[in-house]
Write a new protein. Sequence first.
Length: 134
Amino acid sequence: TFSGEFYIGSKFELTSHQVVQGEMFPTINLDVTKPMTFTWTPSGMAGTVQISINAMENFNTVRSVSCLVEDNGSFTIPFEFSSQLIFGTGMLAQMGNMLTMSRDSTSYISGDTISAGKITLDQLILVNITAVVP
């Protein structure tokens, strides 16, 4: 019989942008004229968040920025990097303009029948990006 407990942290949610249902996929509007700040619900545990933005300029060219950051709830991609992204429109936006955020965190298990153990939790946010120029 298993008897123990562990903590898995809070639900992983993007809080800086409203996620809406696009024509095909969940989508966020992203102002591409300034640094890109993303906030999320931190897990409350030790861990990291991988933030990746793919910008599909055309069928042959995809540019991306990827950052591995501490799971503290916020990160800003500097404009010197985000300004290199060129976002396509129309079908290209639906297919290749993507924000992916993945969180890896670890919790230790405790209980009467457990001598040592841990659980690794992987959570993912995946949404399309509509590039906005105000």
